[in-house]
Design a protein around this ligand. Structure first.
Ligand code: ADE
Length: 225
């Protein structure tokens, strides 16, 4: 059993989910004038929804949860606040997944108070119902047990973070040296997925660059933090 419940998501699944999401929006008779993508996760689904629903207006709002070096900021917030006039417009606010729901709640409240659209509805491919503080108006999958969706647009970032976690946790148990093969094997054990060599190599390069590990011949050695 993997330590972290993870699902490797393929591009074709994204397209399929977004078609189904578009169908749900259409079936309810909701005709948005503008799509707002929550950055960064909502970008790809939002763009596909524009295509599938023939919507030509797409804007984006970035919500930040984490400060520098993964310090938790007091509350999630709008990273680059700006104002546009959406009076009289119907908005579809899109994210990839509703997990805690904080991003969508903050984006929705900001848009309603500052951009003043006539109407706003929310959409996401996945909705993690047991933990989410909000239920989106449109979703494709209700997720009843928490899963990390490893979307294709965060493959390099997630692989880096997952490696970092493995290396740091194992260092606590005294393991300070790794071969490439050992790391990949441990990645598969922990997460139960295989992202492929290109991503493992990118992630390793990033860990070398940020100084978590250094290379000694064929081995990767954890540096004192
Ligand atoms: N972002 C926030 N929660 C997530 C999850 N469970 N899977 C993928 N991306 C996320």
């Amino acid at each position: 059993m993997p330590k972290v419940n993870t699902k490797l998501v393929l591009w074709d699944e994204i397209v399929g989910w977004c078609w189904r999401l578009a169908d749900k929006v259409r079936m309810e008779g909701f005709k948005p004038d503008v799509v707002v993508a929550i950055a960064r996760g909502g970008y790809v689904p939002a763009r596909l929804l524009c295509d599938f629903l023939d919507i030509h207006d797409l804007i984006s709002l970035q919500i930040l949860h984490w400060g520098k070096a993964a310090e938790i900021t007091a509350v999630a917030h709008v990273k680059y606040p700006f104002v546009v006039d959406l009076s009289g417009k119907k908005v579809l606010l899109v994210d990839d997944i509703i997990d805690t729901g904080d991003s969508v709640i903050i984006a929705r409240d900001y848009i309603l108070s500052k951009w003043k659209p006539a109407e706003l509805k929310t959409a996401a491919m996945q909705w993690i119902s047991p933990v989410a503080k909000i239920k989106p108006d449109f979703y494709v999958e209700e997720v009843k047990e928490w899963v990390w969706y490893q979307y294709p647009w965060t493959r390099a970032e997630d692989t880096t973070n997952f490696f970092e976690k493995i290396v740091k946790e194992s260092a606590k148990e005294g393991k300070l040296e790794w071969t490439y093969e050992e790391l990949v094997k441990e990645f598969r054990n922990w997460y139960g997925i295989d992202v492929g060599e290109t991503y493992y190599r990118i992630a390793l390069t990033r860990l070398l660059e940020n100084g978590l590990i250094e290379r000694r011949g064929e081995r990767y050695v954890v540096r004192r933090q």
